[in-house]
Write a protein that binds this ligand. Structure first.
Ligand SMILES: *Cc1c(COP(=O)(O)O)cnc(C)c1O
Length: 397
């Protein structure tokens, strides 16, 4: 039984400290950083055997590296996936997962509320390769069904969505995809691997930007693709080896150490987010609070079925549009203005003028992104200090 098989039976917090560890002959306590491009063989025969696949040692860090493999194995244990490939960024993970699922002439159906770069990959990168795409309202199951054509091979969605934290019914969409002979890829960044398990809900592939909660301390970019061993062998393995979206071993080591504290950080961030959501909902200066842990969330029934423990993110609309939203953000002293999320530091974003500025005003309105909307990613600071900070900002709007 491998290390991963043994640790898979353990609870997530234990797995995040131990799963995937491969110790060298020196018995180091902390995971070793193998900062090497290549590997050396004792004999020409040994090199020949490795290239033939007769022994499963490492060949070249574009294909695989011991530190990177430890990160992949720990992610597999957390997600309950048979295999994984780590990538240089979240977008490298999304791009590889989507490109490897389709060929010219195929058709993709995707939920419209997408991270801007994901939309570019779907419409422009895949579009140039002769793949058509239909965008639908992800919460409308009839819209998914209606968009299917005989050429549909792939469904893609994010949930909760950015920035309005809408939640798509992953199990229902997976069923529609499979009935159409298509596969479902889910970008699970906002939920983290702790609060939502897309593979258990029926998704075929799950992708992460490890840049967000998995690092969670603002240090490096990274991504990961998780799926069945068969899907990775058949669809991703050769593409990954030959096109080189691989994660640097140094960043893999940083992310591996990040995973050790992921459950602690996500629990603290979620507790802070829930508190801030309730606090903001009580203010007469706020017209709307969207938090996937509150009973008044429009998708509360789906959330109860498919997510656990709320969210580290909240969105809210201040009365007074862009001017009030800017005054709120500028008055904050602990919460920083940034488009990043999932960090130990609390961060606030004004989507209409930053992450979603490239959408037309009509598209923004359709996605519920008003000029007064702010997205807050809760950090691990003391809750009382965050509440004080938000109180000061509310007074300034
Ligand atoms: C940040 C993000 C990505 C892209 O990840 P990078 O690591 O920045 O490349 C993709 N999807 C979602 C939902 C994200 O939040």
């Amino acid at each position: 039984m491998s290390q991963t098989d043994r640790t898979r039976a353990l609870r997530p917090a234990t797995r995040m400290v131990h799963a995937g560890t491969m110790r060298s002959q020196f018995g180091e306590m902390s995971e070793a950083l193998f900062l090497t491009q290549g590997f050396i063989y004792d004999t020409a025969e040994a090199a020949e055997a490795r290239f033939k696949g007769e022994d499963d040692g490492f060949i070249y860090s574009r294909y695989s590296n011991p530190t990177t493999r430890m990160f992949e194995e720990r992610m597999m244990a957390l997600e309950g996936a048979e295999d994984a490939r780590a990538t240089a960024s979240g977008m490298a993970a999304v791009t590889a997962a989507l490109q490897c699922s389709v060929k010219a002439g195929d058709h993709v159906v995707a939920a419209r509320a997408l991270f801007g770069s994901c939309r570019y990959v779907l419409e422009t990168v895949l579009g140039r390769a002769g793949v058509a795409c239909t965008l639908v309202d992800g919460r409308n199951l009839d819209a998914w069904r209606a968009a299917v054509t005989p050429r549909t091979k792939l469904f893609f969605l994010e949930s909760p969505t950015n920035p309005t934290l809408e939640v798509v019914d992953i199990a229902a969409v997976a069923e529609i995809a499979h009935a159409a002979g298509a596969r479902l890829v889910v970008d699970n960044v906002f939920a983290t691997p702790l609060q939502q398990k897309p593979l258990e809900l029926g998704a075929d592939v799950v992708v992460y930007s490890a840049t967000k909660h998995i690092d969670g301390q603002g240090r490096c970019l990274g991504g990961v693709i998780l799926s069945s061993k068969a899907w990775i062998d058949e669809n991703l393995h050769d593409f990954f080896r030959h096109t080189g979206p691989s994660l640097s071993p140094f960043n893999a080591w940083t992310l591996l150490k990040g995973l050790e504290t992921l459950p602690l950080r996500v629990a603290a961030q979620t507790a802070n987010a829930a508190l801030l959501a309730d606090h903001l909902a009580d203010s007469e200066k706020v017209s709307r609070v969207i938090y996937p842990g509150r009973a008044d969330h429009p998708d509360a029934a789906v959330i109860a079925r498919q997510m656990s423990g709320g969210s580290t993110l909240l969105a809210f609309e201040v009365k007074g549009g862009k001017e009030a939203a800017f005054r709120f953000a500028n008055a904050l002293e602990i919460v920083s203005i940034s488009n990043n999320l999932g960090d130990a530091k609390s961060l606030i974003t004004h989507p209409a003028t930053t992450t979603h500025k490239n959408l037309s005003p009509e598209d923004r309105a359709e996605l519920g992104i008003g000029d007064g909307l702010l997205r807050l990613s809760a950090g691990i600071e003391d809750a009382a200090d965050l509440i004080d900070d938000v109180e000061t900002a509310l007074a300034a709007t």
